[in-house]
Design a protein around this ligand. Structure first.
Ligand SMILES: [Zn+2]
Length: 304
């Protein structure tokens, strides 16, 4: 969804009103205010014009996520430069690997090329499945470039370039732990959009919020699973019934587990004590509709 500045302000207003109405219903708050689902601070309507409330995309906007909620500027910028950036870098790396291995037919990126004992940085362009490799002048030692050129000239002079092997390694890298916390945040925002404050402000979600806001510390573990590739659905929200009551949010290659109201008191401790690390469990449950906007289904379902 491409949003103009006008649309953005309008969407922020809509989300503000929705959030404020939900707070009145579930938290008996009389003022017209919106609560940041991450830090729990309250904001008046003027916060939109002041730029203190921002649209939060889940997954991050750069990888195609939708604006599903408002979060405060502080929470948004904490995560934008670190955990969201790590998710985006990870997706870029996956794209690059796909392009190099022929699974993606158009791509531009950078890699390290090793040929004849020398490594140089190259630009990689994949067009319609053909790979074009170009040495990058600016990010190479000139001596290395010269050695590479001489090597290539030598190969073509001898007419033996065809059977030559070379290795391409993507230059992109990402912070693994931050990218996992980025996935945790996306799952949290998606569930906020779907269920509302009744869910995210529940005490069982406190360690999740704490982990997102303190992304450098280790608050919880065991919230992240590699998605089961046998399940074709790449994006889903599943309310698990077996082996435990919990929420599973699959965001492509990652599946995030979040607590549910009647599940274990401390989900992550429970998982640690009952399941093997390397042996992800099979789960059963039912799929819920992926939210398209801030819906807050539980807040508005409850009788006031
Ligand atoms: Zn906040």
């Amino acid at each position: 969804m491409l949003l103009t500045a006008m649309n953005k302000t309008e969407l922020k207003r809509q989300y503000f009103e929705k959030g404020a109405a939900a707070l009145k219903r579930v938290a008996s708050i009389d003022q017209n205010c919106y609560c940041c689902p991450l830090c729990e601070r309250l904001f008046p309507p003027q916060a939109i014009e002041a730029g203190d409330l921002t649209l939060e995309h889940a997954p991050p906007e750069k990888i195609g996520g939708q604006p599903l909620a408002l979060t405060c500027k502080d929470c948004n910028s904490i995560s934008g430069y670190s955990i969201d950036a790590a998710v985006v870098s990870r997706e870029n790396l996956f794209d690059e690997v796909k392009a190099i291995t022929g699974q993606k037919i158009n791509h531009e990126g950078r890699a390290s090329l090793k040929m004849g004992g020398e490594s140089i940085n190259v630009g990689i362009e994949v067009h319609d499945g053909s790979i074009f490799i170009k040495p990058l002048k600016k990010i190479n030692d000139p001596k290395k470039l010269e050695a590479y050129r001489a090597y290539m000239m030598n190969l073509s002079d001898e007419g033996r370039g065809d059977g030559e092997t070379f290795t391409i390694t993507p230059l992109a890298s990402y912070h693994k732990k931050f990218s996992k916390i980025g996935d945790l945040k996306s799952a949290f925002i998606i569930c906020f959009a779907l269920f509302g404050y009744t869910y995210v402000l529940h005490k069982r979600l406190s360690p999740v919020r704490e982990q997102i806001l303190n992304y450098e510390s280790n608050v919880i573990d065991r919230y992240w699973l590699v998605s089961n590739q046998k399940i074709e659905k790449k994006y889903f929200i599943c309310l698990l019934e077996k082996p435990i009551s919990a929420i599973a949010v699959r965001i492509d290659k990652t599946t995030i587990l979040l607590p549910w109201f009647d599940g274990p008191e401390n989900l992550y401790q429970y998982l640690d004590g009952n399941f093997e690390y390397d042996n992800p469990f099979t789960f059963y449950g039912h799929f819920l509709k992926w939210p398209e906007k801030l819906e807050m289904g539980i807040d508005f379902f409850k009788s006031a």
